[in-house]
Design a protein around this ligand. Structure first.
Ligand code: COI
Length: 354
């Protein structure tokens, strides 16, 4: 397949890099590619950033048959642009697609197209500390049809957005509340896919947590409501007796690329990491006995997000001394140093774009 490049006639002015929020500003161009049963994935192109015309009956709008990814491009000190484990994102997009009955794409081709898009948009990659260019690959069902079945046509697009911190707290500890009324996903469902419905399903519990002054929801499993799954839209880690513990991937947990990076890095430092079931009771017991020193979330958007306080029913407990713990700090610094090219890339995760 040959990528066509259609450049924009006029370019937008760039935003103030010292005041970037998250996901509000978009670059001049986007990647587009279409799918039909007859042609498969076809017509890959870079176009000016534009709305996607949709019939009101477009299946994505009704039944949520869509998948997406999130990754970032980083500006290095030498003014280059680089990506962090990007092929993992396109491979995960294919895994999500399989669960949503969406045809798979050629991940290597998509990565190459992204690199060409980034090369065209390189001036949009911000250089202020803590900023990056967020990349959102997305595939949506495009048939204009109201029956429930998998669509026969799809649009794959990639948009780019210069961003600052995702959470207003930045790297400061957040307060999290265990959701007892709602679950995020169930085993056998689509919890391990990055699909819009999982995020829609998290909103009501998130609103309830915010009303009580908490930033994030701590999700328990959908069967027994006993075992911990995720925090907000991130994976979660605990430091218990010096060992790092994270819920094992059970089918209802998103297989985070940052989660995997945390595990690999910590093991490379000689730390013990265990992927296993961990119950909310174990968390509270180890907190009470002083063995639980840290909790932190991991995700592309925030990288590592320390937890300072946890609420479960009537119990409110402080994690460690309520401040950022040493393991979270070390992981945050190490991952960011690799992403921004400030250190050697010990595990071969970085790809130079331009
Ligand atoms: C992440 O933490 O990377 C996320 O998944 C958040 C994203 C949906 C904005």
């Amino acid at each position: 397949m040959q990528l066509t490049i259609n450049t924009a006639g006029t370019l937008k002015s760039k935003p103030d890099e010292t005041n970037l929020g998250f996901g509000t500003v978009f670059t001049d161009h986007m990647f587009n590619m279409d799918y039909s049963v007859e042609k498969g994935w076809h017509n890959p192109r870079i176009d000016p950033y534009a709305a996607i015309p949709m019939d009101p009956s477009t299946m994505m709008l009704h039944y949520g048959q869509g998948v997406f990814e999130g990754l970032k491009a980083y500006r290095t000190e030498a003014s280059g642009v680089q990506l962090f484990r990007p092929l993992d994102n396109f491979n995960r997009l294919n895994r999500s697609s399989r669960l949503l009955c969406i045809p798979e794409h050629d991940a290597a081709f998509a990565l190459d197209a992204l690199k060409q898009l980034l090369t065209l948009e390189k001036d949009w990659v911000p250089s202020q500390p803590g900023t990056s260019l967020y990349i959102r690959p997305t595939i949506v069902a495009m048939d204009a049809f109201l029956g429930v079945r998998a669509s026969f046509t799809y649009r794959f697009f990639i948009i780019l957005s210069p961003v600052g911190a995702y959470y207003p707290e930045g790297f400061n500890p957040v307060k999290i509340m265990v959701s007892e009324d709602h679950v995020r996903a169930v085993r056998g469902g689509v919890g391990e896919a990055k699909t819009p419905g999982n995020y829609a399903a998290s909103l009501l519990a998130g609103d309830k947590a915010h009303e009580e002054g908490y930033t994030q929801v701590l999700w328990l499993d959908g069967v027994e409501q006993k075992y911990i799954e995720e925090v907000g839209s991130m994976n979660i880690f605990f430091v218990i007796d010096g060992e790092i513990v994270t819920p094992m991937l059970s089918g209802s947990i998103l297989p985070g690329i940052t989660r995997n990076s945390v595990i690999q890095l910590a093991r490379s430092w000689g730390l013990n990491v265990s992927e296993r079931k961990i119950s909310i009771d174990e968390v509270l017991e180890t907190q009470a006995s002083g063995k639980l020193s840290e909790i932190f979330g991991s995700g592309t958007a925030a990288v590592v997000s320390p937890v300072g306080e946890l609420k479960y029913g009537d119990r409110i407990v402080t994690i460690g001394d309520g401040n950022v713990g040493p393991v979270a700090q070390r992981l945050f610094d190490a991952i960011q140093d690799i992403q921004y090219g400030r250190v050697e890339d010990p595990l071969g995760w970085v790809e130079t774009v331009c």
